[in-house]
Design a binder for this molecule. Structure first.
Ligand code: G3P
Ligand code: CA
Length: 329
């Protein structure tokens, strides 16, 4: 499958290519708060993107419609959805594979826990995959954050689309796809099915609602690429233990199925040449995650830190809990 009508994607490819041509030698390691001045020829390619991490999650409970609506109001270009699957196969927006951290599942379904060993300790968890959508909709996903949001529900991916489409882009992540595959679900197929049902596989659909799909799992993104070709821009997330994906061979492989990488910021801070290497492969660079509550020392504010990521580390977008603090000029 490929995107019906392609001029939009052709433009994106051209912009990326221009960014690639503009890349020069990597700078020396960045100085917090005082990114080096880059020559005009090393300017970042057009329009760095502001990605609201789990919605405007600094101000509203993550992955609720309230957090998504606030992100849009705050000017986010994209609203992120982490995806899980219910026992009846419905995509829902939730970061964890379990319900306990962000809902009151323990009160509502006290007898439905599973005992698991976590770092040598036996713990009770309530797995998303062991509850139907109807059951999950009974849970309060807002009170843990603040009483102001009491009664907020776990949204389905469809509800997220209904809220966000036409107002911002969507940026879903396939979470734990291998766990769901073991249960007989192919998360990537379900994701594509929902996109197609909403007309988001077309040029017109994505012109109003641009899409990236992200995953830490190369297998998941390769499967999406094999199902849908270049219909969706794919971002390979790179956690601290996946640094090999940023070496020359790793980047060449990633570039064969993805349009960009989303590394943990610290990987780029520790070695700024990695951002240059990714860009030199024509890849977009969307590191995660900037939060006002975890601002590194030496930066005046979130805006200054995000500028450092763009100007010094070559990022082309960033995940942030504070989409309102994204520097626009
Ligand atoms: O998807 C980018 C970033 O969100 C990855 O970390 O754990 O918040 O999904 P996590
Ligand atoms: Ca995520």
């Amino acid at each position: 499958m490929s995107l019906k009508q392609t001029p939009c994607l052709v433009s994106v490819v051209l912009l990326v290519a221009l960014g690639l041509v503009a890349c020069g030698e990597p700078p020396q390691r960045g100085t917090p708060g005082a990114p080096p001045q880059l020559a005009a020829t090393t300017a970042v390619a057009a329009d760095p993107v502001n990605i609201a991490h789990r919605g405007a999650s600094a101000y509203a409970p993550e992955h609720t419609l309230a957090a998504y609506a606030l992100a849009i109001e705050m000017g986010a270009d994209y609203v992120e959805q982490d995806l899980q699957l219910t026992s009846d196969g419905v995509l829902v927006c939730l970061h964890d594979t379990t319900l306990n951290r962000t809902t009151n599942v323990e009160e509502v379904f006290p007898d439905r826990a599973t005992e698991v060993e976590i770092r040598g300790e036996m713990r009770q968890v309530w797995r998303v995959s062991e509850f139907t959508l109807e059951e999950i909709k009974m849970l309060d996903a807002g009170s843990w954050f603040s009483e102001e949001f009491a009664g907020a529900r776990v949204p389905t991916f469809q509800e997220a689309i209904d809220l966000v489409r036409g107002k911002a882009g969507m940026y879903p992540e396939t979470k734990a796809p291998e766990e769901y595959e073991a249960l007989g679900f192919t998360m990537e197929e379900e994701l594509v099915r929902v996109f197609v049902a909403n007309g988001l596989d077309t040029h017109e659909g994505q012109a109003a609602t641009p899409i990236y799909v992200q995953s830490f799992s190369p297998e998941s993104l390769k499967r999406l690429h094999s199902i849908a070709g270049d219909t969706y821009r794919l971002i390979q997330l790179i956690g601290g233990s996946q640094k090999a994906l940023l070496n020359e061979q790793g980047l060449a492989d990633v570039a064969s199925y993805a349009t960009g990488v989303g590394p943990a910021i610290q990987l780029l801070v520790d070695d700024p040449s990695l951002g240059y290497a990714a860009r030199s492969h024509g890849l977009e660079l969307h590191p995660y995650t900037v939060s006002a509550t975890r601002l590194p020392e030496g930066y005046a504010d979130v805006g200054a830190y995000i500028r450092y990521l763009f100007d010094d580390l070559r990022a082309t977008g960033v995940f942030t809990d504070n989409p309102d603090l994204f520097p626009r000029h």
